[in-house]
Design a protein around this ligand. Structure first.
Ligand SMILES: CC(C)(COP(=O)(O)OP(=O)(O)OC[C@H]1O[C@@H](n2cnc3c(N)ncnc32)[C@H](O)[C@@H]1OP(=O)(O)O)[C@@H](O)C(=O)NCCC(=O)NCCS
Length: 220
């Protein structure tokens, strides 16, 4: 559920399509140098539109007086999300092509990404959680100017509350295993248990986390 804010404090509210360009701006700044940011703003615009386009998307922004300072996006239904991505594949392919021409090194990951959206979930842990109906938290970022002020926690809690309100009992998420200690510590502090690890096709190690929403064990 969205939380109200005092004057000058960020409010957590559901994301709307008009937020996409601000979400892309935050993503480009906070995931600088990583694959999706390297794909550029046009690609990311399609990427975030897919979350907002399907009715089982679960998406919030931290908004302070009209400025988006962070966001969390994910889905309650993996198939519906993948279908929304596939609906955008022409736009995404054209945006990718424009990018790959100047950065040919991105090509293997672009191909891997498109292939993974078209195929079944390959990793057995991911398949089990998502086929069992876990909510999937897919992307989270907070503007670095606001790091450590609690916005990340409030966004994750809003996502969890939204998932719980729509009947979910588990949240599943992944984050890079290496050179990413802050995000790994952050999720562990919020009560996420490391349930496994896998490798992306390019060899990047990915940690897998889940949280049982029915457990009261984690108190803030
Ligand atoms: C990870 C991220 C979402 C955390 O958001 P945030 O608003 O700074 O987090 P909070 O203020 O709610 O912090 C909660 C706890 O997480 C931990 N934490 C957050 N950022 C941290 C950092 N940079 N280094 C170490 N620990 C950190 C702290 O333990 C903090 O608890 P504290 O109250 O004891 O300080 C944010 O730093 C971010 O957007 N990073 C870049 C993108 C990213 O890594 N996204 C997540 C991976 S997909």
């Amino acid at each position: 559920m969205a939380s109200m804010s005092a004057q000058g404090e960020a409010a957590i509210r559901p994301a709307v399509p008009a937020d996409v360009s601000a979400m892309v701006r935050v993503h480009l700044a906070e995931f600088k140098g990583l694959f999706l940011a390297e794909m550029g703003p046009r690609f990311l615009g399609h990427y975030y539109e897919a979350f907002l386009a399907h009715p089982e998307g679960i998406n919030y922004v931290a908004d302070r007086e009209g400025r988006v300072l962070g966001f969390v996006v994910g889905t309650l239904n993996e198939d519906a999300y993948r279908s929304a991505v596939r609906d955008r594949r022409i736009g995404m392919a054209l945006a990718s092509l424009a990018r790959v021409i100047t950065r040919p090194g991105l090509l293997p990951r672009v191909v891997g990404r498109f292939a993974s959206v078209e195929s079944d979930i390959r990793d057995p842990i991911e398949a089990r959680y998502l086929r069992d109906g876990a909510a999937h938290l897919i992307s989270l970022a907070v503007s670095s100017a606001m790091t450590g002020t609690g916005l990340g926690t409030r966004l994750v809690r809003a996502f969890e509350d939204g998932a719980r309100a729509r009947g979910k009992t588990t949240v599943y998420l992944t984050t890079a295993a290496e050179s990413n200690e802050s995000a790994n510590r952050f999720y562990q502090k919020l009560g996420y248990a490391l349930i496994g690890a896998r490798s992306d096709p390019d060899g990047t190690r990915i940690n897998q986390y889940a949280r049982d929403l029915t457990s009261d064990a984690i108190l803030e």
